[in-house]
Design a protein around this ligand. Sequence first.
Ligand code: THU
Length: 135
Amino acid sequence: MENIEKYRAIIDIAFKACENAYAPYSNYQVGACVLTKDSKHFIGANVENASYGLTNCAERNAIFQAYSNGYRKGDIEAIAIVSKGKTLATPCGACRQVLVELLEKNTPIVLSNHKEEKITNIEELLPMSFTEADL
Ligand code: THU
């Protein structure tokens, strides 16, 4: 198992990003940080909306930031997704579908809520996925 301490810096940055969450409806704050292979960081926090379905999750905001700055899946080293909840915040179904397209299958997805920490990847989170390879 990979040593999670390698990702301590992006976990900490994701916890800082968590403080920027706009979550007046759920009161559940999530933060994310994408680390690129050239050592850039792109953060995201969840941003909710009174029309609930328009909410954007933290990890989608972070990865869209990376892509918006010209980075692509092969340039991404890892992503951290954190919350202060009592369980680990694992990506929702919509985010898994986004991540399966925008991350390499084995890119580390690092989860933390301070109490528990885990490294996973999108292949584990979304097996038998429908992707661009099916079109
Ligand atoms: N949320 C995220 O931002 N990422 C996750 O991995 C789980 C859920 C957000 C969406 C919503 O603003 C709040 O958490 C409660 O679902």
